[in-house]
Design a protein around this ligand. Sequence first.
Ligand code: NAD
Length: 480
Amino acid sequence: MTIAEGYTPLHLWIDGQKLSGGGRDASLVLNPSTGDVLAEMPHANGADLANAVGAAERGFKTWRAVGAWDRAAILRRAAELVRQRAELFARVLTLEEGKPLFESDWEVGAIAEIIEWQAEEGRRLYGRVLQPRTRHGSAQVLREPVGPVAAFAPWNLPLFLTGRKIATALGAGCSVIIKPAEETPASCLLLAQAFADAGLPAGVLNVVLGEPSMISTYLVTSEVIRKVSFTGSTAVGKHLARLAADGVKRITLELGGHAPVIVCDDADIDATVAASIFNKYFNAGQICISPTRFYVQDAVYPAFVEKLTAATAAVTVGDGLDRNTQMGPLANGRRMNAMHQHLSDAVKTGAKLRTGGARIGQQGFYWQPTVLSDVPDSALVMNEEPFGPVAAVAPFSTVDEVVEKANRLPYGLAAYAFTRSATRAALFSDALESGLVGLNTFNVAPPEGPFGGVKQSGYGSEGGSEGIDSYLVPKFVTQL
Ligand code: NAD
């Protein structure tokens, strides 16, 4: 089968071997901008998964025996290779996910930075020395890697989300089997190549592709796997948590949210609109921390809606490979169906469609950047994450009322508030039930910050010094 220009051949990567063909099932990876086939993706079968588990078990022993300083050197070299190959990575990302090249450029730089961060975290895995109970005794707390990890990543940030899990596990001294999403396997394979070229021993990082449920059931229930990490929908996260519970395995879950944006009457409206436009339509709204429910205070509500609508209508939509594109297509047909459902429901429940609201053309998965105003709490879009380019706006009067609205859903990943008042900012920081709170900013996910949610948005952190903790177990060693 031919490979689309600029894309890469797809294969499993197990114990340092690239595997494809051999009678394995396969499916097609499509370019969401055109609907054209990019490549054929081989599916891991039972024997492949058994090999991957064996490789990860041996890989863990190998990697643990490499000192933290040498592990960090390999991670830093991998980050350097990612930067050197940035153009290739960016093109592959845009081809398989649809995002504009400027976003792919950002994603490549961001993952290089995260790999460097985790390389350094791996050198700072300090334990503790306690007071012994006897004059010549000793008591210490060591922090050890938990063991082989099974990781599952979604399609929306295919390099960033696979790379963050890989880098954190490797920084801690764990081996990994990762499954990237069916839609976006190639960027993760390029990353695996960068790690291999940087000197990562075979078997420490394994990439499996294919049918999610078959692969996750096999890996999560394997005796060898000691930790699971998943990013994706709440429904799948709960399913994996149940599987992991059976084997009493640690699991980190990042399950998205439904981020409220509170715009107070004392906010800088022009700056808030500009930041909202950039972040709302970043990756066509398919980001778990995407600003989604805009609650705007009465006095500035008409002006905010008018400015947000005008700026939204001016967003340039097109093929991500075109450098003029500000927003690309949605990543798959499921998102198109979801947009239709959200829009028809919102209009039915009384929301006003200000701009957008429809599919663009018949080729690829393009949806117009959309603003809905006066959206009632009962509308689907105010309750279920749209995961698409839809801004839902509603007015509020008092701070108490808006805090209640912001906190009313069973999710709590990101929440944002825009105000010039330090008192109000302090109140929001205290009252918002969310793992991430942005005050006058949407930038809540730097490598140095813990990234994770509360309530049904999941548990565990993926960044900061907290991120590496979930790949480590404490061991208390004492001697008389
Ligand atoms: P989905 O739940 O079908 O798939 C999400 C990801 O989970 C995919 O990458 C898929 O490969 C993987 N997956 C699915 N079933 C799995 C299983 N049994 N075991 C292991 N992995 C499995 O969701 P979708 O249709 O792609 O998107 C639906 C919703 O999921 C979105 O609207 C959004 O709310 C949420 N989502 C969140 C994120 C995030 O970054 N948190 C990313 C993608 C999707």
